[in-house]
Design a protein around this ligand. Structure first.
Ligand code: NAD
Length: 262
């Protein structure tokens, strides 16, 4: 596959590029921001083409057969529109997408293949299925709290993965996450309301991503934890998406469940 990477100089973009090359793909185009623009792609991604890094993502869509975006949420819809214009499949791996982004990408996904994955790791996607199952078994006397910790440079909170896990819990309970989530407790006076799903965010150091979903009942507590110890985990998931995407037709907004067949 001839791959293009938007955000090619970022932590994820660089690692994805290097693993794609190791897996026999070609990294033919890259875009980024700031001082990185104008550098030669292979000076950032070992084994990539000798293409220049550009500051406009449209060129990446012109050249590549599959475009991977690990940047910021503001450009997700624009990249979806370019994917439709150039009839190229797109992966949006950026986290922190909001309902409006998902709704916009869902519309565009009718015309070209678009995959979103706020967490490409196999473990987190399996955890998500367990959380949904547990939430469907345990009634609302079990309080659900989701605790996450990430490195000090992370810009969004709660993490995209915490929200995915919250959504899975809400689906299991057949409730609406937006109505039942508590993301901020400062200023709230009074007891915990039954049925709510709480989120707690920790930031510090170089933590790649820890998530714990707690079901706290009377006299017992079940805790499900996932800890990412290397970003390679996500990159391996992205390699699965690259292999999967070539046989897929547009029609819906795809996610890791579709890729992993969960
Ligand atoms: P990073 O800050 O290291 O890299 C982002 C790169 O994107 C930077 O080089 C930046 O210059 C570039 N960029 C920003 N806006 C751009 C634009 N409009 N066009 C081109 N380039 C642009 O961040 P990172 O750690 O690589 O993470 C990127 C995103 O991926 C974050 O949202 C992060 O949470 C997410 N992430 C997703 C997964 C997953 O499994 N899906 C895993 C880890 C991180």
């Amino acid at each position: 596959m001839r791959v293009g990477i938007i955000g090619c100089c970022g932590r994820m973009g660089k690692m994805i590029g290097e693993m794609a090359v190791k897996n026999g793909h070609e990294v033919v185009a890259g875009s980024d921001r700031g001082d990185n623009v104008g550098k030669i792609l292979s000076s950032v991604i070992n084994g990539a083409n000798h293409t220049k890094i550009v500051d406009n993502s449209e060129d990446v869509f012109k050249i590549a057969d599959f475009v991977i975006d690990f940047t910021v949420i503001d450009v997700a819809i624009f990249h979806g529109e370019l994917a439709v214009k150039y009839k190229k499949p797109l992966l949006v791996g950026t986290t922190g997408l909001k309902e409006e982004h998902y709704a916009g990408l869902e519309k565009l996904a009718k015309d070209t293949v678009i995959v979103t994955s706020a967490n490409a790791s196999l473990g987190v996607n399996i955890l998500k299925s367990f959380v949904k199952k547990l939430a469907s078994i345990l009634d609302s006397s079990y309080d659900i709290e989701i605790v996450e910790m990430h490195h000090r440079n992370k810009v969004d909170s709660p993490s995209g993965t915490a929200l995915i896990l919250g959504k899975a819990a809400a689906e299991g309970r057949q409730i609406n996450l937006d109505e039942m989530a508590i993301k901020e407790r400062d200023g709230i006076i009074g007891k915990r309301e039954e049925g709510k799903i709480g989120f707690a965010t920790l930031r510090g150091g170089d933590v790649i991503g820890d998530h714990t979903v707690i079901f706290a009942g009377n006299g017992e507590r079940i805790e499900l934890t996932h800890k990412a110890t290397s970003r390679e985990l996500f990159v391996t998931g992205v390699m699965k998406i690259i292999s999967w995407v070539k046989d897929v037709k547009p029609g819906k907004l795809y996610g890791m469940d579709d890729v992993l067949g969960l």
